[in-house]
Design a protein around this ligand. Structure first.
Ligand code: ATP
Ligand code: MG
Length: 217
């Protein structure tokens, strides 16, 4: 095989990614709710891969102490390693700026070929706050949104929000029903603090990582 054909193969590999899911989150810690919605949406929309992007300094959570991004990154790696279509990106944790989604999406748009479609994956709670995000109108032109229903969040409120965002910003949001998973990082942190079991709420290697590093105690 000539060096030339190897380059062709490498190019083909990069260009193979036409539809990419973006799963942004604090992942403090990552849990099975995140993994299930990412996998279900990947399959439904035939996404080539899902990029998990742990936030650096998130604008919405500055009122509580989020654990070091190094730990959140390692836990995200451990949780996603068994899925060949899942990848973890350091794009936000390596930046010193506040993690605004619009900046991340613009950077990703530059990294991938022009015709790559980006699908931003969120839960229903995040979609209900979308109009507080920076430059939501520009963001709506750069990616599609897929909102997974989440126990505890009214479907009516989500539907109204989707309608309002479309009317105000032309935001295209698909809603998808996910098998009920009332798991949240807040609840997992609470359970650890109160010495309750977190088994089966998150992947086992992440559970061991948390105990080994004495996190959330
Ligand atoms: P916290 O309780 O600290 O806010 P979280 O469980 O909401 O944590 P995040 O890292 O805030 O997790 O969430 C990242 C994304 O995943 C958000 O879009 C959120 O709506 C979505 N998400 C998290 N858990 C679920 C779930 N169980 N079902 C549907 N979506 C979820
Ligand atoms: Mg949350």
């Amino acid at each position: 095989m000539s060096a030339f054909s190897q380059v062709d193969i490498a190019d083909q590999y990069v260009n193979r990614y036409k539809k990419i899911g973006i799963m942004g989150g604090t992942f403090d810690p990552i849990h099975n709710g995140h993994l299930v919605i990412a996998e279900q949406i990947r399959c439904k929309y035939k996404l080539d891969k899902v990029l998990f992007i742990p936030t650096g300094t998130p604008p919405h959570k500055s009122n509580r102490n989020i654990i070091d991004s190094k730990h959140r990154y390692f836990m995200t790696l451990l949780a996603t390693v068994t899925n060949p279509c899942f990848e973890v990106s350091k794009i936000e944790i390596e930046s010193n700026e506040i993690s605004y989604t619009i900046n991340t999406i613009k950077k990703l748009k530059e990294m991938y070929p022009k015709d790559t479609e980006l699908y931003f994956i969120t839960g229903a709670d995040a979609i209900c706050q979308l109009d507080t995000w920076k430059n939501v109108d520009d963001l709506s032109k750069l990616c599609k949104f897929v909102a997974a229903t989440r126990p505890g969040h009214s479907l009516k409120e989500v539907d109204e929000k989707i309608h309002e965002l479309y009317k105000n910003y032309n935001t295209f949001i698909q809603k998808i029903d996910i098998p009920v998973l009332a798991i949240s990082s807040t609840d997992i942190r609470y359970r650890i603090k109160n010495k309750q079991s977190i088994k089966y709420l998150l992947p086992e290697p992440v559970e061991y990582y948390i105990y080994k590093n004495n996190l959330y105690v």
